[in-house]
Design a protein around this ligand. Structure first.
Ligand code: MN3
Length: 200
C-alpha cells in the first residue's frame, strides 16, 4: 500500500483570478505530490493508504526527532489536503449558524476575527500555516511553523491558510498580507469550516 495524492476538490482554474491555475499546478502537482512521494519512500512497506493511516503516522512521529522526516512529510500531506478543502470558488462572505455565533462570541465580529487571522498569518515568521481550530469547545486562531499541524496538539482544525511562499509567490510575490486578505474575502470555504465544527 502507499499514500496517493488526492485530487483537488475543484479544477485548477477554479480559484482564478485570486489563485491561478499556474500556482495550483505547482502547489498541488509538484509540492503536494513531493510530500506524498517522500512519505512513501520513507515508510516503504509500512506505508498505509487511508486518511486514518495518515493521521496515525502523524501522531506517532510528532515530537520524535528520529522521525522528523516522516512527520514533516506526513503532516504536509495532511495540511495540504485540508487547505484545498478550506477554499472554494466563490468563497469568502460570511459564515452562518453555530460557526457564526461562536466567531461573534469569541472575537466580537467577523471583521475582528479576520483582522486577527490575517495578523497570525503575517506574523508566522518564515514558512507555516494559519488555522482556525476548536480546542475544548473554544474557537482559537493558531499558527504553526513549517509542517507542524494542530492535529498533533489535540486541536481540531476548522480551516487553514498555507503561508509558505510557494502558496502565493507566483500570484502575489512578496505580498503575503494581500494573499491573506484575498483568502478571507474571496476564497475561504465557511461551509467546510462549519461541517468540521459540527463534527468536532
Ligand atoms: Mn504549501
Amino acid at each position: 500500500m502507499s499514500f496517493e495524492l488526492p485530487d483537488l476538490p475543484y479544477s485548477q482554474d477554479a480559484l482564478e483570478p485570486h489563485i491561478t491555475a499556474n500556482t495550483l499546478s505547482f502547489h498541488h502537482g509538484k509540492h503536494h505530490q513531493a510530500y506524498v512521494t517522500n512519505l512513501n519512500n520513507l515508510l516503504g512497506d509500512t506505508a498505509g493508504s487511508s486518511q486514518e493511516d495518515l493521521e496515525a503516522v502523524i501522531k506517532d512521529s510528532a515530537g520524535n526527532a528520529d522521525k522528523a522526516g516522516i512527520f514533516n512529510n506526513a503532516a504536509q500531506v495532511w495540511n495540504h489536503t485540508f487547505y484545498w478543502k478550506s477554499m472554494k470558488a466563490g468563497g469568502g462572505g460570511e459564515p452562518s449558524g453555530d460557526l457564526a455565533d461562536k466567531i461573534n462570541a469569541t472575537w466580537g465580529s467577523l471583521d475582528k476575527f479576520k483582522e486577527e487571522f490575517k495578523a497570525a498569518g503575517i506574523g508566522q515568521f518564515g514558512s507555516g500555516w494559519a488555522w482556525l481550530v476548536v480546542e475544548g469547545g473554544d474557537l482559537k486562531i493558531v499558527k504553526t511553523l513549517n509542517a507542524d499541524t494542530p492535529i498533533a496538539h489535540g486541536q481540531t482544525p476548522l480551516m487553514t491558510c498555507d503561508v509558505w511562499e510557494h502558496a502565493y509567490y507566483l500570484d502575489f510575490q512578496n505580498r503575503r498580507p494581500d494573499y491573506l486578505q484575498t483568502f478571507l474575502d474571496s476564497l475561504v470555504n465557511w461551509d467546510f469550516a462549519a461541517e468540521n465544527l459540527a463534527n468536532a
